[in-house]
Ligand binder design. Structure first.
Ligand code: ADP
Ligand code: MG
Length: 345
């Protein structure tokens, strides 16, 4: 490293950094079907089936605050965020490896709580814990999970497979986890200012659950198979709809139009957002941690998903030159910016 050149991580951003660090790596193995750049790596098993591998870390102080995150929930969530990436490839999650680094602040009992959550998620999603690593940390807790899944090679859905005019679909509803976080952060500030005041969490069950105990959309992968719909491109929504739509458009070399009035937003998200002076649309576009799936389907598949309560068509792909737009409720087209979470900002 030369003395004079110092590029701040903040200026380059997470995705720019990954690209810079990995650009010189060329695939040496025939079995590596797809490496860096999608929700999971795709590794050939036997010519017909593939293994899907993905890893994600949760760091205390960055991804969670133990003041309001029960350790059992944290363990559950750490598994869910990883499985979500396997489902985003249209795969079946099968195994996980769990690495933890904990400071001396954590007794055995605390880590047992964490593992109770991991166990619950393993049971619910039917995956096996098959290994990991345990180490100490100078300060705080870190959990890194690697998820392994399988799929038929022909069933794998990449971010890059979209085509112009295809419909853009999102599962569930969006923005809730972000609003849940706002409530928890508000109550934390209130508590810090005056520890006598009890947290006021009444009436926020849904958004708090979406923040503290999210679920991955294993069910959607099953529904899509039953409906005989294979998405043409897909990603999971971890960093906010805008950021994920940018990834799909970039990799599919397309533009997109989505419609504000179509965005699935729970009423509790809208009312809480308005209380916080945030537009509900902003919580959807720039929030995060929804762990819903964002995908595209061929126009002719529309009838198969029409009326399905779990899936909403929010727009369509356009030509690359057309850019990415949100049409607001007044009919004006607003250009989207990829304002997902930037961990270095
Ligand atoms: P996701 O949000 O789906 O978890 P990420 O944005 O974390 O995906 O990562 C995007 C891609 O970059 C993935 O293919 C991931 O494996 C890869 N990646 C992320 N960080 C690194 C790294 N430090 N070295 C190599 N590859 C990385
Ligand atoms: Mg992902």
């Amino acid at each position: 490293m030369s003395e004079e050149k110092r590029t701040s991580l903040e200026s380059i951003g997470e995705f720019g950094l990954i690209e810079e660090l990995t650009k010189n790596f060329k695939s040496k193995r025939e079995s590596t079907i797809y490496g860096v750049g999608d929700d999971a790596a795709v590794i050939d098993k036997d010519g017909e089936n593939v293994m899907l591998i993905s890893t994600d870390a949760l760091i205390e102080g960055i991804h969670f605050n133990l003041m309001y995150t029960p350790l059992m929930h944290l363990g559950y969530k750490a598994v869910v965020v990883n499985l979500s990436d396997i489902y985003a490839m249209n795969g079946t999650a099968e195994q996980i490896l769990v690495t933890i680094a904990a400071s001396s602040r954590f007794p055995k009992e605390a880590l047992e709580e964490l593992y109770k959550g991991i166990e619950k998620a393993c049971d619910f999603y039917e995956v096996d814990l098959v290994g990991g690593d345990t180490t100490s940390s100078v300060s705080g807790l870190m959990i890194s999970i690697t998820a392994i899944g399988t799929a038929k090679k022909e069933d794998v859905v990449y971010r890059s497979g979209g085509k112009e005019n295809e419909l853009i679909v999102v599962t569930g509803d969006l923005g809730a986890a972000y609003m849940g976080l706002q409530i928890l952060e508000r109550e934390r500030s209130v508590y810090k200012a005056n520890p006598e005041i009890q947290p006021d969490l009444d009436g926020y069950d849904y958004i708090l659950e979406r923040q503290l105990k999210p679920e991955a959309r294993k069910d959607i992968i099953k529904f899509l198979k039953e409906l005989d719909v294979k998405p043409t491109s897909m990603i999971d929504i971890s960093d906010g709809l805008a950021s994920e739509l940018f990834h799909l458009c970039n990799q599919s070399k397309l533009g997109a139009v989505i419609y504000d009035e179509k965005l699935p937003i729970d009423t509790s998200v809208s009312t809480t957002a308005i209380d916080f002076n945030i537009s509900p649309t902003t919580s959807v576009l720039n929030g995060g941690e929804d762990y819903e799936l964002l995908f595209s389907i061929k126009q002719e598949d529309f009838d198969k998903i029409k009326g399905n309560p779990h899936m909403t068509v929010i727009g369509h792909y356009t030509a690359k030159d057309s850019g990415l737009y949100l049409v607001d409720k007044q009919g004006s087209a607003i250009q989207l910016k990829a304002q997902g979470w930037n961990h270095f900002a």
